[in-house]
Write a protein that binds this ligand. Structure first.
Ligand code: SF4
Length: 310
């Protein structure tokens, strides 16, 4: 059985986050974002389907919590190798995981939020983070590269409906890419939309790990600061997501499975892997074997080595 639960990983938004990869490997998504840290989407999906049984996910979460003993978990987060709302069992999975008494978050690209069943599933979570990189259709096609036959207008409408109905904590995430969505006018329009949906926090991010497209660049600092100022001036609670360095990755007892399940959704830098191996009694040979077996690949980004699942 594929490892569905990973971590906890240090999350920029959710502290120590026990991750649920509810979409089976390889990545399946309705988008192929130019900055995606898992790489290009080869399997485009927009129809919902079953990937795992909710009871199996619950069993793996229980096992992970038991293995972690008294280590702190801030959130159980659905942050898969792809888009979590493609999973038709998402609502039921959230329900069964509530038994653990830990807050549940879902990080979604919002591409299916025009569907009532998707909104109803998301409403069960304590916290939902929606991707809003742009409110301009042309930019959307450039940055998120959606599957054909989904309508941008429907997504924006669906987000507005969800924001009115959702009783939990609504977050948004806008990832800025140089010369794609970092212009003043673009940010102002995003701000107008965000004001309508009133997120508790409107996060601004930028690519910090190897992107799907090599040409993707981080905007200049002035552009990121300007985006912050524009959204702040619109009375939004805006925060820039900083890369959380030095956090601890959770060890559940099996080094190889842990590394593979973490890097399926969260590429690790060489230093992060070395630290993880050191802390848990493993040697660097574990990493070398995974590379030789062809399970993981090395990617150089900003002069640093990263590893992601092949
Ligand atoms: S960043 Fe998220 S939404 Fe975009 S392609 Fe990757 S998994 Fe899909």
């Amino acid at each position: 059985m594929e490892r569905i639960v990973f971590g906890p990983v240090p999350s920029r938004r959710f502290g120590q986050s026990l991750g649920i990869n509810n979409i089976s490997f390889p990545k399946k998504c309705s988008y192929s974002c130019i900055y995606c840290q898992i790489g290009k989407t080869e399997f485009y999906y927009k129809e919902r389907k079953e990937f795992y049984k909710p009871e199996e996910i619950k069993r793996q979460v229980k096992e992970a919590i038991e293995n972690l003993k008294d280590k702190k978990i801030d959130y159980i987060s659905f942050v898969p190798d792809g888009e979590p709302t493609l999973d038709v069992n998402l609502g039921e999975e959230i329900e069964v995981l509530k038994d653990f008494g830990i807050k549940i978050a879902v990080i979604t690209n919002a591409s299916l939020i025009w569907r009532e069943d998707v909104r109803n599933d998301l409403k069960k979570a304590d916290c939902v983070s929606l991707k809003i990189d742009t409110v301009n259709k042309t930019t959307w096609k450039k940055i998120n590269r959606p599957i054909s036959n989904i309508k941008f207008e429907n997504i924006l409408k669906g987000i507005e409906i969800f924001a009115k109905e959702f009783k939990g904590e609504l977050l948004t995430e806008t990832l800025l890419v140089k010369k794609i969505n970092d212009k003043k006018e673009e940010i102002e329009k995003i701000g107008i939309f965000l004001k309508k949906i009133k997120p508790v926090i409107a996060y601004i991010g930028y690519p910090t790990r190897p992107p799907a497209e090599k040409w993707v660049e981080i905007p200049e600092k002035e552009k990121i600061d300007l985006a912050y100022i524009i959204l702040k001036s619109m009375n939004l609670n805006v925060k820039i997501i900083e890369e959380k360095k030095g956090g601890k990755f959770g060890f559940t007892g099996d080094l190889i499975k842990d590394i593979l399940s973490i890097i399926s959704v969260h590429p690790m830098s060489e230093n992060e892997i070395k630290k993880f191996l050191n802390e848990n009694g493993g040697s660097f040979d574990v990493l070398k074997n995974l590379i030789n077996r062809g399970d993981i690949v090395e990617v150089i980004y900003k002069k640093e080595k990263y590893y992601r699942r092949k």
